[in-house]
Write a protein that binds this ligand. Structure first.
Ligand code: 4NP
Length: 168
């Protein structure tokens, strides 16, 4: 009998360039899903609201800091466009500027309602908190991105389970 893969939710993380924050969140959530045996239930991607890095691997510093936590990040940068909304149920922005850019891009109210801030799922974050851009920062900024993505993605997984979107 043919094997059926059941994807119950499609999630896209979105930052500006898709080379620092959103590929980090993508890698972090993927690992949590594998650890939970839920990798078939949630499809994960990332993209940027800007197109200047399309096709590139994540930033060298992003990959190096992730690698130290055992995460190999090798997705290629993509541009999030109005058409991208068709492919996802949940679109998670890294900060307010990207959240606003996504809302402007959304073709419908239903699409706009897919947009949330990632750190809304971080139990330690105040409402409206962002994952700050580390691009012009130092090592501690890249470490902070990983810490924030790990907390928020754990919270996201808990929320998905509680909401019944994934059933294990
Ligand atoms: P990201 O970081 O949005 O987390 O991927 C940035 C990457 C590149 C640039 C800005 C932010 N840039 O200006 O090229």
């Amino acid at each position: 009998m043919a094997k059926v893969t059941l994807i119950v939710l499609r999630v896209c993380f979105v930052c500006l360039g898709n080379i620092c924050r959103s590929p980090t969140a993508e890698g972090v959530l993927r690992r949590l899903l594998v650890e939970a045996g839920l990798e078939r239930a949630v499809h994960v991607e990332s993209a940027g609201t800007a197109s200047y890095h399309v096709g590139e691997l994540p930033d060298r510093r992003t990959r190096e800091h992730a690698r130290r936590r055992g995460l190999v990040l090798e997705s290629r940068a993509r541009h999030f466009t109005a058409a991208s909304f068709q492919r996802f149920e949940l679109v998670l922005a890294m900060d307010e500027a990207n959240r606003r850019a996504l809302l402007e891009l959304a073709p419908s109210e239903a699409d706009a309602s897919k947009v949330r801030l990632l750190r809304d799922y971080d139990p330690e974050a105040p409402p409206g908190a962002s994952v700050p851009d580390p691009y012009y920062g130092g090592a501690e900024d890249f470490e902070r991105v990983l810490d924030q993505c790990e907390r928020a993605c754990r919270g996201l997984l808990d929320a998905l389970r509680e909401g019944g979107a994934v059933d294990r």
